[in-house]
Ligand binder design. Structure first.
Ligand code: ATP
Ligand code: MG
Length: 238
């Protein structure tokens, strides 16, 4: 494993929120977080509810700015600091390198489930017929009934939407994947499929950071753990 390239390097990242509409109260979350993730690793973030796991993932994706520190992602062979990159650069890194899987599908009106899953393949230049076939195979693997494929997911159940979202993310796994509780409303059979998809992405060389509510999922996918409770920023409040 140690001969694999580092894909994510987090250096001295701290985060506190300032609640501007509530008297500028400062809410420290964590401080001085350091870790790196190589291609082929799954780093599981652990820690109690409210410890800051989702916030850390959003910082890695460039949705939240850290209060200090660097977040480097390997993109096109060199490290890009997400904390200081231009918005245009972040979009480019997301398009080709950095994926985020949340438990919620961002539903686009009138776009079918099949098209939602096909889209990332087409964006990466896959032939349309092949893209359709791979998208269908992925939806079938996640047990989404074929009668739903041509429909827009707005009316789907929570678990069905979640599976469309997972299918879209794993039909062509990104080199770096950030995963926040993707299996929250899935049954055991579909959870097992997600565990397999993560293992396959990993063996194809993706570097993955994930948060998993379900302990058995956590234990099956992890190659390493990071308990972010160790980086509590309570002392920072002073
Ligand atoms: N946008 C925000 N503005 C202000 N505070 C925030 C914001 N996002 C998160 N927080 C605070 O940061 C802390 C960490 O939240 P976060 O969602 O990262 O926790 P978590 O570890 O993912 O918890 P859970 O396991 O419940 O999902 C919480 O106290 C939360 O209230
Ligand atoms: Mg969370």
């Amino acid at each position: 494993m140690s001969d694999q390239p580092e894909m994510i390097r987090v250096e001295a990242v701290s985060k506190s929120f300032t609640l501007h509409n509530q008297g500028s109260v400062r809410l420290p979350v964590f401080r001085d977080v350091n870790f790196s993730v190589r291609a082929g690793e799954v780093l599981v973030l652990a820690g109690a509810s409210g410890a800051g796991k989702s916030s850390l993932l959003r910082i890695l994706y460039g949705n939240y700015l850290p209060s200090s520190g660097r977040i480097e992602i390997r993109h096109d062979g060199s490290m890009v600091d997400i904390a200081s990159a231009l918005p245009r650069t972040i979009l480019e890194v997301r398009r080709r390198t950095l994926g985020f899987v949340s438990q919620f599908l961002r539903v686009i009106p009138r776009v079918s489930a099949l098209d939602i899953v096909r889209d990332p393949l087409l964006a990466r230049g896959v032939d349309p017929a092949e893209a359709t076939e791979r998208a269908g195979a992925m939806l079938a693997r996640l047990n989404l009934p074929e009668r739903l494929w041509a429909l827009a997911p707005a009316t789907f159940s929570g678990g069905e939407q979640q599976r469309v979202n997972i299918a879209r993310s794993f039909v062509d796994p990104s080199p770096v994947m950030l995963i926040d509780e993707p299996t929250a409303s899935l049954d055991a059979r579909n959870r097992d499929v997600v565990v397999d998809l993560i293992a396959e992405a990993r063996s194809r060389g993706s570097a993955i950071v994930g948060i998993f509510h379900d302990e058995s999922v956590r234990e099956r996918v992890a190659t390493r753990w990071l308990d972010i409770t160790h980086f509590r920023a309570a002392a920072d409040a002073a």
